[in-house]
Design a protein around this ligand. Structure first.
Ligand SMILES: [Zn+2]
Ligand SMILES: [Zn+2]
Length: 498
């Protein structure tokens, strides 16, 4: 679309009554902002859709004339979808500055060769002539001022201490990292804080990199906050236009938000793709109000964050023990020789065969992590000679869900897996091993997560975790140390009984 500037107002070319010089929005140096007209009767539906968002015209079903009228009455702003700074383009929705992710196309809307961002194209195309639209009129009403929490559970000592820190950070609009071991029960730690925020009339966002986690958290939070509206956002969800007090979302969907939330809680900050995608980190930043609190949750902060915590540069609270007060199982390192070479001759390392046999004999289920799919496909027929019901699963496996359910129902004795099952799954009574723990894919955080699959249930709080390797790596050593330190801290604080 092209705009003209008429009487210090931006005017879309389609609404011009006389010929004027028009430009794509990114070529206009200064975009005039209008004073909010307090007596203007704005469209409540538009307010609901737009408050705290940054949307494209295509996202809105309201006629352009009406949108323009809201702009002229100071209820919304047009921002440039793409700005040019020092001759370099920046996508204002996803923060992309990398020129490889920009391209040109012949654009029917502005009639020029128009530059667009490829990085966030799946959310609708942003190009040099695209305005990003945000609400600047009266804030959308969220009327909550009484306690909403309906939860009868109790927190462990470690959870309670962390929960109090969360409440404090939310009340004081601060940042806090909750470093909670796998199986600590970190979701419950958020309840008091979310309640405090809602009671103060704040808008809360709980974001996570993975859709699975959104689907799992939504019913849980709806049941503990039964009186409020909860929006659940992921690719293809129905709640896109809900202006809810509590929004549970993938980090991806945050690309549509703009200065929306007073409190953002980011779960699994170390998980893919958030950990490697700058655009998602930008999205989280954009979604926060200027004065807001930010809670990060993780079992496995990366090395940089760990250092910042230890140097006192980052405010953090640990939950070093699981809620069932048993220590975390310590990984055991076992050298297994050049297993890849052996595989070429259709041979498995004898230590692995022994390890699996022992579990089959004693009827104990186990997970065996393999670094790559092709290796896993090679191993499966070999290991199946020990038991015909052994299965394998990876990210693109169409039967992934069914296999996880079968594992849970104890129909599968041994499940081979890639890192896809490193987090988010709980099988009550299992041993876990990694074959090829030296592979680069097994980072410190991946290994801590994998070890964290063992001994999660109160009924079966122990189990074995073995890293079979062909040469120890730093990641392996750091993972073991991290687990060791958490157990030490938990003992010191009296959070472990066994
Ligand atoms: Zn264009
Ligand atoms: Zn973009």
């Amino acid at each position: 679309m092209r705009f003209a500037i008429v009487h210090s107002k931006l005017l879309p070319d389609k609404l011009l009554h006389s010929p004027e010089k028009t430009y794509p929005i990114s070529s206009i140096d200064h975009i005039p902002v209008q004073q909010t007209n307090s007596s203007y009767s704005y469209n409540i539906e538009l307010q609901q859709q737009l408050a705290g968002k940054q949307l494209l015209l295509d996202d809105l079903v309201i006629p352009l004339e009406e949108i323009q009228e809201h702009y002229e009455n100071g209820c919304l702003i047009y921002r440039k979808g793409i700005s040019i700074e020092k001759n370099k383009p920046i996508c204002n929705r996803c923060g992309n500055k990398n020129k490889h992710f920009f391209a040109h196309f012949p654009c029917a809307r502005c009639g020029e060769q128009c530059l667009y961002c490829r990085k966030c194209i799946m959310m609708g195309r942003i190009s040099a002539c695209t305005p990003l639209i945000s609400w600047t009129g009266p804030p959308a009403q969220i009327d909550i001022n009484r306690s909403q929490l309906s939860w009868n559970g109790s927190l462990s000592e470690g959870q309670q201490a962390a929960s109090e820190r969360v409440v404090q950070a939310i009340n004081e609009n601060k940042e806090l990292l909750i470093w909670a071991v796998c199986g600590a029960g970190k979701t419950e730690v958020l309840f008091q804080g979310i309640d405090a925020a809602l009671t103060a009339g704040k808008r809360v966002c709980l974001a996570t990199p993975r859709t699975d986690v959104v689907l799992e958290l939504t019913p849980r939070l709806k049941s503990v906050f039964p009186n409020i509206q909860v929006a659940s956002l992921y690719g293809g969800s129905e709640d896109r236009h809900l202006n809810a007090s509590l929004t549970i979302t993938t980090t991806h969907q945050l690309l549509r938000f703009y200065q929306a939330f007073d409190t953002v809680i980011l779960d699994e900050v170390d998980a893919f793709p958030y950990s490697v995608e700058e655009s998602l980190q930008y999205a989280v930043h954009q979604a926060r109000k200027q004065s807001s609190s930010m809670i990060y949750l993780t079992a496995t902060p990366n090395e940089k964050w760990q250092t910042e915590c230890l140097q006192g540069k980052k405010d953090f609270a640990t939950i070093p023990a699981r809620y069932h007060r048993h220590p975390l199982p310590m990984p055991h390192f076992q050298w297994c020789g050049n297993w890849e070479k052996g595989l070429k001759k259709n041979r498995l390392p004898p230590t692995i065969v022994q390890w699996v046999k022992k579990r089959l004999d004693s009827n104990k289920q186990c997970l065996l992590f393999i670094p790559k799919i092709d290796k896993m496909e090679k191993i499966l027929p070999l290991i199946r000679s020990l038991h015909p019901k052994i299965e394998a699963v990876h990210a693109e496996d169409p039967n992934r869900k069914e296999k996880v359910i079968a594992m849970r129902n104890k129909e599968i004795p041994v499940l081979l897996t890639t890192t896809i099952l490193e987090r988010g799954v709980t099988f009550p009574n299992i041993d876990v091993a990694v074959l090829g723990a030296e592979d680069r894919i097994f980072t410190e955080s991946a290994l801590v997560q994998i070890a964290g699959r063992v001994g999660r249930s109160a009924q079966f709080p122990s189990g074995e975790i073995t890293f079979f390797h062909y040469g120890k790596t730093n990641a392996m050593i750091r993972a073991k140390n991290q687990i060791l330190k958490m157990n030490e801290e938990a003992r010191k604080k009296g959070l472990i009984d066994y």
